[in-house]
Design a protein around this ligand. Structure first.
Ligand code: MRU
Length: 346
């Protein structure tokens, strides 16, 4: 890929600033965990797998900077670092998955010297980033089998290289289908209010020469109804045990429209996005973001001052609208309950 979403370099975390795309390709350097937490909150980095990686790298930075005489003091301070990371964004479960994985590794090495534990945490964060790339490629391989030659694929939000360590989940499926020699076209929903589709999906697909057509969200039904969409592929922020899927606001509407028009609707996500502790999607916490994301575009007001606003950042698509869930371990259809457990190795 011609850009890096996030990497550990020279004892710092480097992230492409997604708030500045597509206008400017700027890489920010983070040397302390609080700044990484602010970057996650402020959407400098976003997308479920990418924020999982960022949280892990933030924890590695935080651990490195802990000054402690005893293991007890170190672990207490580490807990605080993890808490700060956990308070950044509530919906994408990959964030909490990343935090838990770092805590487990620290705990498993409790008997080692603090300098060794710090080094182990750094290596683990880098491994999470490297693993994510392999996972996305495997999601792509499985998913590509579902995409027919000549398909036009509609996607919502950005579940691409920018939302992961690279390659992407939904866009990984599209990339893999293209790499397999298929002629694929993409329709990208602009994804109001934050415009992940217009700003990020269009940018990364155009950068690689994958044909992409940008539409505003309210046009999806028009093109489906005219027979111009072969299938939909989206990412996920959290998938409950029954297959109900939280993803960017507007995904639910796309799924309902797809069913109405007999178009397959696929969700592509790593196993780290499964939350099998939740029986269904009604229990998934939904982040509400600032009203200004709805009332303003690039600082310019597009609504009367003082208007009441709601801004839920995600919605939940009931499993009955989902044709299949594509993971790195295979494809789940029909019996999501059993299939997802199998994918997670339970
Ligand atoms: O608010 P965002 O931009 O973090 O939301 C991102 C999404 O909803 C993505 O579709 C999801 O995280 C999957 S990314 C592979």
């Amino acid at each position: 890929m011609s850009f890096r979403t996030i990497e550990w370099r020279d004892d710092a975390v480097i992230m492409i600033d997604q708030t500045r795309l597509p206008g400017e390709e700027i890489y920010n350097t983070y040397t302390d965990f609080k700044a990484v937490a602010e970057a996650i909150k402020g959407m400098i980095i976003r997308g479920a797998p990418a924020i999982g990686v960022a949280a892990a790298m933030g924890i590695a930075l935080g651990a490195r900077d802990i000054i402690a005489d005893t293991h007890e003091s170190f672990f207490k301070q580490l807990e605080n670092v993890c808490d700060v990371m956990a308070r950044t964004r509530p919906t994408a479960v990959n964030l909490f998955w990343g935090i838990e994985r770092m805590k487990r590794v620290a705990e498993a090495n409790r008997d080692k010297k603090l300098s060794q534990i710090k080094e182990i945490l750094k290596k683990e964060a880098i491994l999470i980033e490297e693993d994510d790339l392999t996972i996305c490629r495997n999601i792509g391989k499985w998913g590509a089998t579902l995409i027919p030659e000549g398909a036009t694929v509609l996607t919502h939000c950005n579940a691409g290289g920018l939302a992961t360590a690279g390659y992407g989940t939904a866009l990984g499926v599209i990339r893999a289908a293209q790499e397999a020699g298929k002629d694929i076209r993409v329709f990208a929903d602009e994804t109001r209010p934050w415009l992940q589709g217009a700003r990020l999906t269009a940018w990364e697909l155009m950068k690689e020469g994958i044909p992409v057509t940008l539409i505003s969200d309210n046009m999806a039904g028009f093109f489906m109804n005219r027979g111009e969409i072969t299938c939909c592929v989206v990412g996920a922020d959290r998938i409950a045990a029954n297959g109900d899927t939280a993803n960017k606001i507007g995904t639910y509407s796309v799924a309902v429209l797809a069913k109405e028009n007999n178009i397959p609707f696929y969700v592509a996500a790593p196993v780290s996005t499964l939350d099998l502790t939740l029986s269904d999607g009604s229990k998934i916490p939904i982040e509400e973001r600032p009203a200004s994301e709805v009332t303003h575009i690039k600082g310019v007001a597009i609504a009367p001052g003082g208007v009441a606003v709601r801004n839920p950042s995600f919605d939940v698509t009931p499993a009955r609208y989902i044709t299949a869930i594509i993971t790195e371990n295979g494809i789940v259809k029909d019996d999501f309950q059993a299939g997802l457990r199998k994918m997670a190795g339970c």
